[in-house]
Design a protein around this ligand. Structure first.
Ligand code: OOG
Ligand code: NI
Length: 462
């Protein structure tokens, strides 16, 4: 096999995310409006901060700044999940992390398919938050069986997509023509279908059990339910959404605005009510509506160590005990204030965050260093200015934030309670693989950067 004739997985992923973006903009015009707003605000932010522009020019490709960083889908069965894993693998996307959303009233558990390793992430960080419906959490047995029957009858991938996955697995990659065809075939899986798989009566029963069940079971495939570009100023986008005629969710999820951004901040516009048709028993189509698709934005900060994450979780918990954000936004400013106040306990200085072991950093030789002490002690070299440290970006998701995004887009009527029941083993057995541990992944990037920086310092010694 001539390896060099294969298109790289990174290139296939880039082509796929661009194709998804074009499709979704056409399907959901409000999303196009959000993209314009994000691009305008990113430009204004960069114009006002030449230093930020310079840093991004060096580390990121500036022209890709407003492009999508993630999307999300919801699947119905173990077979769909394991096949999805094989499809994403062709694009260099692997399952990282396990998210249990049952405790937050959403009957799914999830992972993120994403590129792994520094080089692939830099090339194109696109990921897909992928949830699997948990019918085991649904009490009504006959409804559960009907849902399973409906799901078992659908095929979410084209036969062409499956054939190309098998070919890529057998041969180790795809050539140019196959890769182009692969992207086109796989795109079909994520397309919106306005003709439901079920009749109106079943749709409403599913909907009454949980809106999410209706969304997963009633349609031919797992339509992409949102895409998410990156913004340099999430607060500005949140503020300006109404001026462009789009309704933001009540509050920004995640940590507050800070000097040193941590983890992930997200907000979205509320899902739109869309026209669909249900198949009737007599074979005719009956008009109805469904609400599922929205647009989101994200702003990422440093990846936290388990210690940093524990601090984040406890501060968020403390905030939400003091003020629980209401879905209608009525206490949004009180919540924001509480969040700011409580998070003062989290150091807001890179050196402090590093010294206290709260975040992961990448080490590199400082090109501006004048003299380099003869030592291989990292701390001494940092103190002497020979080695610098930069925050490693968080590439994953946050369960409390994800639950907030789900809730706001499932309609903000009373959230339903489920018994908290994480089941990572079951998820991994359905997936057909284990999920990567996010902390181990960041720790490795950090360790490898430190080793490389020390080697480079040594090599430069006379
Ligand atoms: C996924 C919601 C979670 C995020 O960014 O946290 C999510 C969904 O609604 O299917 O996308
Ligand atoms: Ni999202």
């Amino acid at each position: 096999m001539k390896e060099e004739s294969f298109v790289s997985a990174d290139d296939i992923r880039s082509a796929f995310s661009a194709a998804m973006s074009a499709m979704y903009r056409k399907e959901v015009p409000a999303y196009g409006t959000l993209l314009e707003l994000v691009a305008d605000i990113n430009k204004a932010t960069l114009d006002a901060a030449p230093q930020l522009r310079e840093r991004l020019e060096q580390t990121d490709s500036l022209d890709r700044i407003s492009e999508e960083r993630h999307g999300a889908i919801r699947l119905g069965t173990a077979e769909e999940l394991s096949l999805m894993r094989r499809v994403f693998a062709v694009m260099g996307m692997f399952p990282v992390g396990y998210y249990d959303l049952s405790s937050a009233g959403v009957p799914v558990h999830s992972t993120a398919f994403r590129p792994v390793g520094d080089a692939a992430l830099k090339r194109n960080p696109f990921r897909v938050f992928t949830s699997l419906l948990r019918l085991d959490l649904i009490a009504d047995e006959s409804l559960r069986e009907e849902a399973l029957r409906t799901l078992a009858a659908r095929r979410i991938f084209t036969s062409g997509a499956i054939a190309l996955v098998e070919k890529a697995e057998a041969e180790g990659g795809l050539g140019t023509q196959d890769a182009t065809q692969f992207v086109a075939e796989v795109l079909e899986t994520f397309r919106w279908h306005d003709h439901a798989n079920v009749n109106a009566e079943l749709y409403h029963r599913l909907h009454d059990a949980h809106r999410l069940i209706a969304d997963v079971v009633s349609f031919k495939g797992p339509h992409i339910n949102h895409l998410t570009p990156r913004t340099l100023d999430i607060d500005a986008v949140q503020r300006q959404m109404p001026e462009r005629g789009i309704a933001p969710k009540a509050v920004v999820e995640g940590p507050p605005t800070r000097e040193c951004p941590i983890l992930l901040r997200q907000t979205s516009f509320k899902a739109l009510e869309e026209q669909v048709s249900f198949i009737d028993v007599d074979g005719t189509w009956k008009p109805g509506s469904h609400t599922a698709r929205f647009g989101e934005i994200e702003q990422r900060g440093i990846a936290l160590t388990p210690k940093g994450r524990a601090l984040y979780d406890s501060l968020l918990d403390e905030t939400r005990k003091a003020v629980r954000p209401a879905a209608d936004g009525s206490n949004a400013s009180r919540y924001e204030k509480a969040l700011q106040d409580v998070f003062r306990a989290f150091p807001d200085d890179w050196a402090d965050i590093r010294a206290q072991g709260l975040g992961y950093f990448a080490y590199s030789v400082d090109a501006k260093a004048k003299s380099v002490p003869e030592t291989d002690d990292l701390e001494t070299l940092i103190a002497a200015g020979a080695i610098r440290f930069d925050p490693i970006t968080y590439e994953d998701f946050l369960p409390v934030s994800a639950a907030g995004i789900f809730q706001s887009n499932l309609g903000d009527d009373q959230a339903q309670g489920f018994v908290e029941s994480p089941n990572q083993k079951r998820f991994e057995s359905d997936l057909g693989a284990s999920v990567l541990d996010e902390f181990a992944h960041y720790a490795r990037i950090e360790r490898e950067s430190a080793e490389a920086a020390l080697r480079a310092v040594k090599a430069s010694e006379p």
